[in-house]
Design a protein around this ligand. Structure first.
Ligand SMILES: Cc1cc2nc3c(=O)[nH]c(=O)nc-3n(C[C@H](O)[C@H](O)[C@H](O)COP(=O)(O)O)c2cc1C
Length: 197
């Protein structure tokens, strides 16, 4: 156990000026003891998921290799995604489909931030429900206590692309700390199991 949790930050939005992207860039800029973060930037490069291209006897697309390597090097994942047409954005669901065969997120603590504003028709609830269902299929461990609804208005994003408002930064930091605590708990439990076995 190193005592530091490496959290991968994955946005479900490809939009430049994305509120979800800004939130996760803000998470990356927070300095929190015992937590390091990496921002995943390869969403647009992933090929359409096709099981034919995910076989041990075929070369894997480099973007998928990179995704799986970065997941394997992470202790946890924090997602932040918009809702499109009552569910997850297709490109983000495509990323999640690629994680099923890789298995890197199996048993991994994950959480999400819902940035939907008050005007959003479902408040992002449909995207959250779909994300929970898909992550269930990947075997990820959803850390419910780290999941948060933190509305982010476009005006909250500064010229530097980050969010300065403490009403957003504070619960975001708390979500990261809660996710890191789940990593530490899991590591401690694994340590206990291996020590007793
Ligand atoms: C094509 C499209 C469909 C959308 N569908 C929904 C929806 O079903 N429910 C919802 O709450 N918001 C919906 N929205 C609003 C987005 O979720 C919202 O604008 C979000 O802030 C975009 O995230 P971003 O700033 O990270 O790009 C939709 C937006 C677009 C462009």
């Amino acid at each position: 156990m190193s005592g530091t949790s490496e959290i991968l930050l994955v946005s479900g939005s490809l939009r430049s000026g994305s509120t979800n992207g800004a939130l996760l860039n803000t998470a990356a800029a927070l300095t929190l003891p015992g937590i390091t973060t990496t921002s995943y930037r390869g969403l647009a490069d992933l090929p359409h998921f096709n099981p034919d291209d995910d076989r041990p006897d075929a070369p894997l697309d480099p973007a998928v290799r990179e995704l799986r390597a970065i997941l394997a090097a992470s202790d946890a994942v924090l997602f932040s995604t918009p809702e499109y047409a009552g569910g997850l954005p297709g490109s983000f669901k495509n990323l999640l489909d690629w994680t099923v065969g890789g298995g890197e997120t199996y048993g991994m603590p994950v959480a999400w931030i819902n940035t939907a504003g008050p005007a959003a028709p479902s408040g992002g609830a449909d995207a959250e429900a779909e994300l929970a269902r898909v992550l269930g299929y990947t075997g990820a461990e959803i850390v419910a206590a780290a999941c948060r609804r933190i509305p982010v208005a476009r005006e909250a994003i500064g010229a530097d692309g980050l969010i300065a408002d403490p009403a957003i930064r504070d619960p975001l930091a708390e979500a990261l700390r809660t996710l890191a605590a789940a990593v530490a708990d899991g590591a401690a439990a694994r340590h206990r199991v291996s020590a007793s076995g």
